[in-house]
Design a protein around this ligand. Structure first.
Ligand SMILES: Cc1cc2nc3c(=O)[nH]c(=O)nc-3n(C[C@H](O)[C@H](O)[C@H](O)COP(=O)(O)O)c2cc1C
Length: 295
């Protein structure tokens, strides 16, 4: 990694085109959004598209969610055979009902034995395995879990220091990150609430974490990485035009719903354009709105 700045995995956000702009803005490591293991092994077109990368998109952690060891192993096998990336990452934090009802994401936090089995089953593919967890009911639970993950063979842990019930908002437990970092020998990536250079420095100083993961603050705003590094960030409007260009190059733009959701986020400070984006029905209309000059 060229620095300690990490783009978080974010469903419907961190596609290949988006990651490339975050890298241009300075992100040292990017995560893919979570990919469904069952969909991957069914060769689902959308799941395959989510796993796309390219040689500029490195280092890349490919994140997978699922609950069944056999499916997770097959999914990892498929990914390693068909895609280019550096780390296989296990999602242990998703709070969405849809994922929890499958026994995956944060539902697995209560099943350390299953976690260890999945991580062990991923050791055969020649790629480092990482896991992204959340802080639990108490710090001791997080420490115990992190140690078990390390023992199972993981090479790094990202800790989103908020409990599941908080989803992605509210207070972040720096002490949990600090204690987990002290308890394990593998790198720990701290995550939660970093929106500026000051937040970044505070996270490193208060927790001693090895790297810092940025989520929400990057949505519609890849320039946050340049900002944190003390460099001049790309304007949001310009960043969206770059997103359109890269999406076209890599076929991300064949998913119009995604393009529209991304557009709204990039332009959330321009209410007029945001409303226009919401009315668009085609990529041409969306591009037209993006390039409209202000009167
Ligand atoms: C829109 C959205 C989608 C997310 N999708 C994922 C995901 O696919 N996998 C995952 O592990 N975490 C996911 N997260 C959680 C983030 O990776 C991150 O842990 C969380 O947002 C906390 O970081 P922040 O405070 O910087 O936003 C998502 C968060 C958001 C806001």
């Amino acid at each position: 990694m060229k620095n300690r700045l990490v783009l978080a995995p974010m469903y419907r956000v961190t596609d290949l085109a988006f990651r490339l702009i975050c890298r241009e803005q300075g992100a040292g490591l990017c995560y893919s959004e979570m990919v469904n293991s069952e969909a991957l092994i069914r060769n689902n077109k959308a799941a395959q598209a989510l796993s796309l990368s390219c040689k500029e998109d490195r280092p890349l952690a490919m994140q997978v969610f699922g609950a069944r060891v056999e499916s997770m192993k097959k999914a990892a096998e498929t990914l390693c055979r068909e895609h280019e990336f550096d780390f296989l990452d296990l999602n242990l934090g998703c709070p969405s009902d849809n994922v929890i009802n499958q026994g995956a994401g944060s539902a697995l936090l209560k099943r350390p034995k299953r976690i260890a089995e999945i991580i062990a089953s991923w050791q055969d593919f020649g790629k480092p395995v990482t896991a992204k967890i959340r802080s639990g009911q108490n710090i001791l639970h997080s420490i115990k879990l992190a140690k078990e993950i390390e023992r199972a063979g993981a090479s790094a842990i990202a800790l989103h220091a908020r409990p599941v019930r908080q989803k992605n908002k509210g207070l972040v437990d720096f002490v949990a990150i600090k204690r987990v970092k002290k308890a394990v020998g593998i790198p720990v990536i701290g995550n939660g609430g970093v929106k500026s250079q000051v937040d970044f420095e505070r996270m490193v100083e208060k927790t001693g974490c090895d790297a810092v993961m940025v989520g929400t603050a990057a949505i519609g705003n890849p320039g946050i990485f340049a900002e944190i590094l003390g460099k001049k960030p790309i304007f949001r409007e310009q960043a969206f035009l770059r997103y359109l260009e890269l999406s076209h190059k890599f076929g991300v733009d064949s998913y119009f719903g995604r393009m529209k959701t991304q557009a709204v986020k990039f332009f959330e400070k321009d209410k007029e354009k945001m409303q226009l984006f919401q009315k668009t029905k085609t990529l041409e209309e969306l591009t037209l709105v993006a390039t409209l000059k202000k009167q």
